[in-house]
Ligand binder design. Structure first.
Ligand SMILES: C[S@@+](CC[C@H](N)C(=O)[O-])C[C@H]1O[C@@H](n2cnc3c(N)ncnc32)[C@H](O)[C@@H]1O
Length: 258
């Protein structure tokens, strides 16, 4: 089997970014707002940042482009996406990838950190966790995030359970933004991207490992409601919880650890 080169990984990550934009026409704008918030809120020019559910490292790379003195520990449980990130960013100063399941108690100690974390960031990932998984994740995060540390989560989070009329309008804003952005047709979707990966012989071993993990993972319900995230954050002792940026139901949810 041919090795996964940096060039091949770069190609798959560029295709991943296009695919993700199909779900998030304002993905780059949200990355920018999130990194602005890190810059404004980290309290130092060389923050230690965790990227939770990093995928192939799209956010981590953009963050280091803007804040080259930062250290980013990028965490995911998908062996194929991690392999793409590692191959693409091999040797990049300030970045390492960790293969850990955020739902599992003990993931924070698996990071072997030598100083407290200043900021934890995440994009389009934490809605995959169930309510119980979110509680575990935040409890673990509290063990390593410094007092005054920031949590920043960019994701589609709905208000349907508390404000159905506003939820409808938020969805309509998202639909209109998507139609305006992709006048010549939508990019490939998530399933098409994964099918294409499956057909690449360079990635077939990693894809088989991924399938094995997905089958064993027993993913429960997801947490798509804003209220679920806010309640889990409060339960883990986070304070000053609020939205820093929003476009329809696409939000940047922030919280501070007291
Ligand atoms: C839609 S992707 C987003 C990836 C990346 N943050 C981005 O914005 O491109 C969701 C990511 O969350 C990761 N993820 C989901 N559940 C996870 C868990 N329990 N532990 C670690 N990563 C998880 C997936 O493996 C996947 O890489």
């Amino acid at each position: 089997m041919p090795a996964l080169s940096r060039e091949v990984a770069q190609g798959w990550i560029a295709r991943w970014d296009r695919q993700q934009e199909g779900y998030l026409p304002d993905r780059e704008e949200r990355f920018t707002a999130l990194i602005d918030a890190v810059e404004a809120g980290a309290g130092r020019p060389d923050p230690l940042v965790l990227d939770l559910g990093c995928g192939p490292g799209s956010l981590a790379a953009r963050l280091l482009d803007r804040l080259p003195d930062a250290t980013v520990v990028a965490i995911d449980a998908d062996p194929l996406l991690l392999a793409l990130g590692r191959a693409c960013h091999d040797g990049r100063s300030g970045l390492r990838f960790e293969d850990l399941d955020l739902r599992a108690a003990g993931w924070a100690s698996g990071l072997r950190l030598d100083r407290p974390v200043d900021v934890a960031v995440s994009t389009t990932a934490l809605h995959w966790l169930s309510e119980a998984g979110l509680r575990t994740m935040f409890a673990e995060l509290s063990l390593v995030l410094r007092p005054g540390g920031l949590f920043l989560n960019g994701d589609h989070l709905d208000v349907e359970d508390v404000s159905p009329a506003l939820a409808k309008i938020e969805h309509a804003i998202y639909d209109r933004a998507t139609r305006r952005r992709f006048t010549e047709g939508m990019p490939e979707d998530w399933r098409q991207w994964w099918a294409a990966v499956d057909a690449d012989p360079i990635l077939s071993g990693l894809h088989a490992e991924r399938e094995r993990r997905v089958a064993a993972a027993h993913h429960g319900s997801e947490s798509g409601n804003l209220s679920t995230h806010v309640t889990a954050l409060r339960g883990a002792g986070f304070a000053e919880i609020g939205t820093l940026w929003q476009n329809g139901n696409n939000r940047l949810l922030a919280a501070v650890r007291p």
